[in-house]
Design a protein around this ligand. Structure first.
Ligand code: 7RM
Length: 648
């Protein structure tokens, strides 16, 4: 397929940064942004060297970047420790009494950790790991829910140079086993269970099942959270309350080289086998630190809340490492957004006086579906900045987020990035860049994104194409764990010498980027290559629609025909008339060629654990095939079964 990806979006609203926001912002104008951006590209060594110098190094780096595509090395000669930078650095500077983490459990329990307390707990955990035979370079799997001990476990690994691999707590035994074995983990940190909608997710039970075929694992550490009954295997399984709580709270941070591996995080590939994305210490530290600083424009008194799970990269970079490196106060919430009621998030924001709130479009669309009454009941005037991540955000959801959650006064930072990029790559700096609903706007410092055609040549403005990154950046992945060849193949072979993101996008006349979703999700209808996200966005703009996923199915005449899976808002009836209306609506908004051939109503759409719609599965369903390939990342397998039953 060589034709360009057609972009059909007509969004043209523009929102300037509020003046009162800009005056207090770290970067308060487009000019300042542009000056810094230019410097970061023209003099990357100078720019990144200065950012790195804001952090602590036991030995300062001798060089800034070395680029031998696809291999990058940053801050060579430097030794540092990320846990030291997140904890000791602030305690030493006299901020030990500042709140680092505020935790709210789903049952309503609240626990607060100052920087000094978080440091002591991290030291205890690090000592426990050492006692159980873990040393620098060993892999430790963290399979937990959203509890402070998950962050503490990550920091403890970083402190002694062990490589952590967090596995999302929603995965079951088989997925745990595959990841543990791929990483060759020596130890697993887990919990008896995690709270989710008032029920116990039995984590330890899954670990027990996985461990029947994980020869590398010698020990587990088990935190008691839900107090469900579990089996402890003597000699192998250890109580957190014993091995951690009784350990010394003194443990020096180990200086590691800049390129020392920090963590592996598994992401689903297009083939069955998950990829272990490897991040290393210095570059990841600098990247998450500086993006958090400028994109969230953190102030000393902010209460910052990112709703992601620590089991995915947003939790790593923007709950734990980025905020703590910036000496922020981060809120962590354990449970579901609709427990006990659909207003839980707004209740949390009001009670904790959250100032910066970072969540995902899939959550925003659920909130819209649940109704405005829930947020309207709460005083959310503490909020000053909103963020979005994970998927393209459709303009309707963006406007709702701005008006109903942000009270029309908070800038929205739509942040585009990936597990592989480690840190935010494109986003508006909130005091400097005017926003457009649905656009992640402009690149962050040091990032050189390009839209290219099939043959690698530059696309014109507004011409849809493939999103690539031209220069290395500090927090880029270094390899796929144990598989350099897959790393090169996946990211650097499609456009040699450039990093291929796998996303389709366009750049508008103002230079703003609009990400249209994965190129695997592009559909070719009668020679028009359409990004499905844009058609979905039009569907969701219809007052009766809560969520939509558009996929292609083979069609003799048109090559592919469009099939739309649609979730309706509460109280709306699924009728044939509505089906016609929706198809007409798409035809009217985009053009007749984009009129879906079929619209299928669904109670829910299949999503990954992090909330992304799994269009691949829907495409297989729409083509009349049984879903094949990896379904282990599916959040709720019954959703798929329900859709299939519908077929009959
Ligand atoms: C952080 C994260 C990465 C993929 C990426 C995109 C999509 C993420 C946005 C977005 C449009 C955004 N890591 N994506 N953020 N698309 N606008 N602001 O999500 O590895 O899990 O996913 O997510 O397709 O390639 S991830």
């Amino acid at each position: 397929m060589t034709s360009a990806i057609v972009s059909v979006s007509k969004e043209s609203r523009l929102f300037d940064p509020p003046a009162e926001f800009s005056v207090r912002a770290k970067i308060g104008s487009r000019e300042v942004y542009e000056g810094m951006y230019r410097r970061s590209i023209e003099d990357p060594d100078g720019f990144w060297g200065e950012v790195a110098a804001e952090l602590y190094w036991f030995d300062p780096p001798k060089t800034v970047r070395q680029w031998d595509p696809p291999k990058a090395r940053w801050f060579e000669g430097g030794t540092t420790n990320l846990a030291y930078n997140c904890l000791d650095r602030h305690v030493t500077a006299g901020a030990g009494e500042k709140r680092a983490l505020v935790f709210e459990g789903e049952p309503g329990d609240i626990r607060t950790f100052t920087y000094a307390e978080l440091l002591r707990e991290t030291c205890r955990t690090a000592n426990a790991l050492r006692r159980l035979g873990v040393s620098a370079g060993d892999r430790v799997v963290i399979y937990m829910g959203m509890v402070p001990e998950a962050a503490i476990a990550m920091l403890a690994c970083a402190r002694i140079g062990a490589i952590h691999s967090v596995i999302f707590g929603g995965f079951a035994a088989d997925a745990v086993r595959d990841r543990v074995n791929d990483a060759g983990a020596k130890l697993i940190i887990t919990q008896d269970g995690a709270w989710r909608r008032g029920k116990v997710v039995p984590l330890k039970e899954q670990v027990d099942r996985a461990l029947t075929s994980c020869p590398s694992v010698e020990h587990t550490i088990v935190l008691r959270r839900t107090h469900n009954e579990i089996v402890m295997q003597p000699g192998r399984d250890h109580e957190w309350s014993v091995v951690v709580d009784r350990a010394s709270d003194q443990c020096d941070a180990v200086p590691v080289t800049s390129e020392h591996p920090l963590f592996i995080l598994y992401t689903s590939g297009t083939t069955g086998k998950p990829k272990g994305v490897l991040h290393t210490t210095g570059g990841y530290m600098v990247g998450t630190y500086v993006t958090t600083k400028y994109v969230f424009d953190l102030r000393d008194d902010d209460i910052y809340w990112c709703t992601a799970d620590v089991g995915w990269v947003t939790g790593h970079s923007y709950i734990v490492y980025g905020p703590l490196a910036n000496r922020a106060t981060a809120l962590m919430y354990e449970g579901a957004p609709n427990y006990p009621e659909p207003d839980r998030f707004w209740d949390v924001i009001a009670r904790h006086k959250v100032t910066v709130f970072y969540t995902a479009p899939t959550a925003i669309r659920a909130f819209i579906r649940w109704g405005d009454a829930h947020p309207r009941r709460h005083d959310m005037s503490s909020l000053r900045l909103l963020g979005s991540v994970g998927e393209p955000i459709n303009p309707e959801a963006w406007m709702w987020y701005r008006d109903v959650i942000g009270g029309g006064r908070c800038p929205i930072v739509d942040t585009w990035w990936q597990t592989e990029t480690g840190a935010i790559m494109m986003a508006p700096l909130p005091g400097a860049i005017a926003t457009k609903p649905g656009s992640c706007t402009l690149p962050f410092f040091g990032v050189v994104p390009k839209i290219v055609r099939h043959d690698g040549s530059d696309a014109e403005p507004n011409e849809g194409g493939y999103l690539v990154i031209e220069q290395p950046w500090p927090s880029m992945l270094r390899t796929v764990w144990g598989d350099d060849e897959r790393f090169r193949q996946t990211y650097f072979s499609r456009f040699p010498g450039r990093y291929f993101t796998g996303d389709g996008a366009r750049r508008d006349n103002d230079g703003y980027f609009w990400v249209m979703g994965r190129v695997d999700d592009v559909v070719n209808v009668a020679g028009h290559r359409l990004g499905t996200a844009e058609i979905e966005s039009v569907l969701v703009a219809h007052p009766n629609v809560a969520e939509a996923a558009v996929v292609g199915r083979p069609d003799e005449l048109k090559g592919q025909a469009l099939v739309a899976f649609v979730t309706l808002k509460a109280d709306v009836n699924a009728t044939d008339e509505l089906r016609e209306q929706l198809a007409d609506h798409v035809a009217a908004e985009i053009g007749k060629f984009a009129r879906p051939d079929a619209i299928r109503f669904a109670d829910a759409l299949p999503k990954t654990r992090s909330g992304k719609i799994m269009r691949r599965l829907l495409g297989e369903l729409a083509s009349g095939q049984a879903p094949k390939g990896d379904t282990t990342t599916l959040e709720d397998i019954s959703v798929l079964a329900a859709l299939r039953d519908d077929d009959e």
